[in-house]
Design a protein around this ligand. Structure first.
Ligand SMILES: Cc1cc2nc3c(=O)[nH]c(=O)nc-3n(C[C@H](O)[C@H](O)[C@H](O)COP(=O)(O)O)c2cc1C
Length: 362
């Protein structure tokens, strides 16, 4: 019998398990990415918050830690995006895929394809899935509203079959996955695997400071909410003091926040003011945001950095998927993937067993 965990995802990305560790700014760092690919999954380096020089150094670090293929995440509006794309292509013998939300055009996608690099964007709505398929991407990650970071409003259980019925591409399920049960369910839907952010954030190799990992562990599903007050786009966060402050501010407060966020992003990325404005304008035209929202959007990652790098669980923002509300441990990546594989195989075997045996095992 063929291996149920060998899918178009494993074939395309060159990994053993159909499990993707998604990009997360300041979290999907070389140690996490290397641990994921070494344990059989496929990891994306979170380069959307990095300068080209930093991204080049971190790609080199992943390559020092592992010889296995991995991916890089970026977006076209970040400072130095064109240079970053050149760096990714120069590393094509090991960078097997790129992921992005706000995306490159058909020309850029063709450039990656010519270099043998798969384009695997994340989409959160059916119309975006259609658009990406038309642009010629290789595979789609479909993220339901349960997912972490910026997120849509349609739940995975509705969006995933909708996209599967619409596009003729391998589709990977994201948003709310954490275990082998979820992997088996995604495969049953017809997906090529699962992609997880929050579950990988809550592992030993994730660089998030211990105090903040404890805040993620302590959050119940009721402590996790969606707000558009951070940058004008719906984003899932753990309720804390920083989020309460942001939710309570008026228009002047929003502008002050946009300016101070701009300063913070300048410091973090080394971008000039013209570059920062270009980034904000890009987001504005792409997402239909006001300039104040776009400035905050360009700079919001700095507020997340305060928590996930600085360790400030009250003053920083903790982006998360809803699934953090049911995660209660911090395994190593190898332990996590081992349990996911074992449980998924057991579930699939159970579902395909004769009915009398199913009753006995259930
Ligand atoms: C802390 C955090 C940071 C994130 N940063 C990024 C990012 O830089 N780029 C990106 O494309 N997605 C980002 N995301 C979204 C994830 O890559 C992924 O799509 C999402 O977490 C999947 O949902 P899950 O958390 O339920 O697994 C982030 C998510 C979290 C929780």
């Amino acid at each position: 019998m063929s291996d149920p965990l060998a899918t178009p995802l494993t074939a395309m990305l060159g990994c053993r398990l159909p499990v993707i560790q998604t990009a997360m700014g300041w979290v999907a760092e070389p140690v996490l990415v290397a641990a994921t690919v070494e344990a059989g999954g496929f990891g994306f380096l979170g380069a959307a918050v990095m300068s080209p020089v930093e991204a080049g150094a971190k790609i080199a670090e992943v390559r020092r830690r592992t010889a296995r293929p991995f991916g890089v995440n970026f977006h076209m509006f970040q400072p130095g995006a064109a240079e970053l794309v050149d760096i990714v292509i120069a590393n094509r013998e090991q960078v097997r895929a790129v992921s992005f939300g706000r995306g490159p055009d058909a020309k850029m996608i063709a450039r990656f394809r010519d270099a043998g690099i798969c384009c695997v964007p994340t989409v959160g709505a059916l119309k975006h899935a259609r658009k990406m398929a038309e642009l010629g991407v290789d595979m789609l990650v479909v993220q339901g509203g349960e997912g972490g970071g910026h997120t849509g409003s349609v739940a995975t259980t509705v969006l995933l079959p909708q996209v599967l019925d619409t596009v003729d591409l391998p589709v990977v399920a994201a948003g709310g996955f954490a275990d082998g049960r979820g992997l088996a369910a995604a495969l049953a839907w017809g997906a090529a695997g699962i992609a997880m952010g929050t579950r990988f954030l809550m592992t030993r190799e994730s660089p998030v400071p211990a105090l903040v990992k404890q805040a993620y562990l302590g959050a119940g599903t009721d402590d996790i909410l969606v707000t558009d007050q951070v940058d004008g786009m719906p984003q899932r966060m753990i309720r804390n003091a920083a989020l309460a402050r942001i939710d309570g501010r008026g228009p002047i407060g929003s502008w002050m926040a946009a300016l101070s966020a701009g300063f913070a992003t300048k410091r973090a990325t080394g971008a000039s003011w013209p570059e920062l404005l270009k980034m904000a304008q890009g987001m504005r035209s792409h997402g239909g945001l006001s300039l104040s929202q776009a400035m905050r959007a360009a700079a919001a990652p700095a507020l997340i950095q305060r928590a996930v790098v600085g360790g400030d669980a009250q003053g920083g923002l903790m982006a998360t998927g809803q699934v953090a509300g049911r995660i209660e441990d911090l395994p190593s990546v190898a332990e996590l993937l081992e349990v996911i594989e074992r449980d998924a195989r057991a579930r699939i075997a159970l579902l395909t067993a004769a009915p009398s045996r199913q009753r006995k095992l259930a």
